[in-house]
Write a protein that binds this ligand. Structure first.
Ligand SMILES: Nc1ncnc2c1ncn2[C@@H]1O[C@H](COP(=O)(O)OP(=O)(O)OP(=O)(O)O)[C@@H](O)[C@H]1O
Length: 246
């Protein structure tokens, strides 16, 4: 079932065309990752989907009553403002204590409930933002470079958590990432964006697509190795294709 359908989306910002004729649909339960160079319109796409930006033309159809959980790239909290994790989770509206406990546990930060937000490490902070998004009981979880500032193993842990959440709740996930090496293996579908969609498909297909290689170069061996590591029992044709290009 389609949760979101985007048709012919064009977004102009200050006279600059950030997105041009983008078509995209997100199906229930799939993990979709958007990759693309700096300035390629990734955040613009996400922000238009959540309604923070308006499209210049085109159409976005959201399934009626769709619950979206959003994890931003970063969030500024005034360092002089004392606020605990539990209180933060109650913004903008009060949350049920057992739901907060559950969300923190799912994000693997149960022990941080009474900590001050300003004392959290970058990784802990992002996990709390993730817990906050989970409180919405999202059918679609949207993450905009949520692992920015995390090291590679921290990012890999974070993506594992996201995949676990999808497996447990059946939510779809749409995320933007620069962590090509780890994110490809965690995705069902990768969309390569550069103002328009250059190519899209299964991770191993995109990694070998000429359009992707033009943008990111040939250095995808790590991606493919990791992909195979997670899916070594598969022996479908696409797997053979990813073997063949190394
Ligand atoms: N308010 C604005 N006015 C004019 N141009 C803008 C505005 N906001 C963004 N842009 C431009 O739109 C383009 C897309 O920006 P966007 O932030 O969506 O890219 P991105 O792919 O998310 O980049 P990054 O990987 O660096 O986060 C960029 O060229 C950017 O300079």
């Amino acid at each position: 079932m389609k949760l979101i359908e985007i048709e012919n989306l064009t977004v102009q910002l200050g006279g600059h065309t950030a997105l041009n004729n983008v078509d995209l649909a997100i199906e229930s339960g799939e993990i979709v990752t958007i990759v693309g160079p700096n300035g390629s319109g990734k955040s613009t796409l996400i922000r238009t989907i959540i309604g923070a930006l308006s499209q210049t033309s085109g159409k976005i159809t959201r399934r009626e009553g769709l619950r979206i959980g959003y994890v931003p790239q970063r969030l500024f909290i005034d360092p002089t403002l004392p606020i605990t994790v539990n209180r933060f989770l109650c913004l903008p509206r009060k949350a049920d204590p057992s739901a907060m406990e559950e969300a923190l546990s799912q994000a693997n930060v149960s022990d941080l409930a009474t900590q001050q937000m300003t004392r959290l490490s970058g990784g802990q902070f992002q996990r709390v933002l993730f817990a906050r998004a989970l409180l919405e009981r999202p059918e679609l979880l949207i993450l905009d470079e949520a692992t920015q500032g995390l090291d590679q193993s921290g990012s890999a842990d974070f993506y594992r958590q996201i995949a676990d959440t999808r497996d447990r709740t059946g939510c779809a996930v749409l995320m933007v990432s620069h962590d090509l090496h780890v994110v490809m293996s965690a995705s069902d579908r990768v969309i390569c964006l550069n103002g328009h969609i250059c190519c899209q498909g299964k991770p191993e297909y995109v990694a070998s697509a000429p359009e992707y290689r033009l943008l990111f170069g040939e250095g995808t061996k790590g991606t493919l190795a990791l992909y195979r590591h997670h899916h070594h029992s598969k022996s479908d044709k696409s797997e053979e294709k990813s073997e063949a290009i190394e």
